[in-house]
Write a new protein. Structure first.
Length: 227
């Protein structure tokens, strides 16, 4: 059965991703709550205004924290309006706290996302550092100096062998070496010449133009008649 269904896929979602997602969900929840409170505040404010307008007062000055009333008024309507404004005041404070929480959550989301970016940058720096170390190992100064020394030793050794061979041979031996070298050069040159195409040695046949033979015929005829 395990072979049929295969191994379960490894989730690519990290704890960091889950934390960011939870923060965004909380942010969206607070925004929806904020919108509901704003609508409720507006409706209750309109209700308070309507309750007070039904009192048929001559003048009403409305404030968010208290009422300044002149003339006669209905105590029942006034109490309801005051209660609504107290509730509005409380809900306004809740709204302010909600906005502060939203700001905090937004900052946390930005910090978490920036932390992820920083982690990627640090990982990139680590990879670059490893590559740089490998490059430095390839171009290690000590290794290069050792390589140059070995090359110089090889050149010196070859020169030493050449000098030894030159000093061990007499002038006759040197001439023999030169003669053998020239002979090898001549053989190689002859091989190259043999590969070239052969030039024909037969002479080409000479062709006599027909006009000359025709010109000679009348002359022979005149000579016969004279005889």
């Amino acid at each position: 059965m395990g072979m049929l269904f295969g191994k379960p896929k490894v989730s690519r979602i990290t704890d960091h991703d889950r934390a960011v997602l939870q923060m965004k969900q909380q942010r969206d929840t607070l925004k929806r709550y904020q919108q509901r409170v704003e609508k409720l505040l507006e409706s209750e404010r309109e209700l308070a205004k309507r309750l007070l307008s039904e009192n048929k007062r001559e003048h009403l000055l409305v404030s968010l924290s208290m009422f300044v009333l002149t003339n006669n008024y209905d105590v029942n309507h006034y109490s309801k309006a005051k209660l609504l404004l107290r509730k509005k005041k409380y809900q306004t404070e809740q709204l302010e706290r909600t906005e502060a929480s939203l700001d905090t959550i937004e900052k946390l989301i930005q910090d978490l996302e920036y932390t992820q970016i920083e982690a990627k940058v640090i990982e990139g720096l680590k990879v670059g550092n490893v590559a740089l170390k490998k490059a430095n190992e390839l171009f290690n100064i000590e290794h290069i100096e050792q390589l140059l020394d070995e090359t110089k030793e090889g050149i010196d050794k070859q020169r030493e062998i050449t000098d030894l061979l030159s000093g061990a041979l007499s002038s006759e031996d040197e001439e023999a070496v030169e003669a053998e070298l020239n002979e090898l050069i001549t053989i190689e040159h002859q091989k190259a010449m043999d590969k070239l195409p052969t030039v024909p040695s037969d002479e080409l046949p000479v062709t006599v133009p027909e006009t000359k033979e025709k010109d000679n015929l009348p002359t022979k005829k005149i000579a016969l008649e004279a005889q």
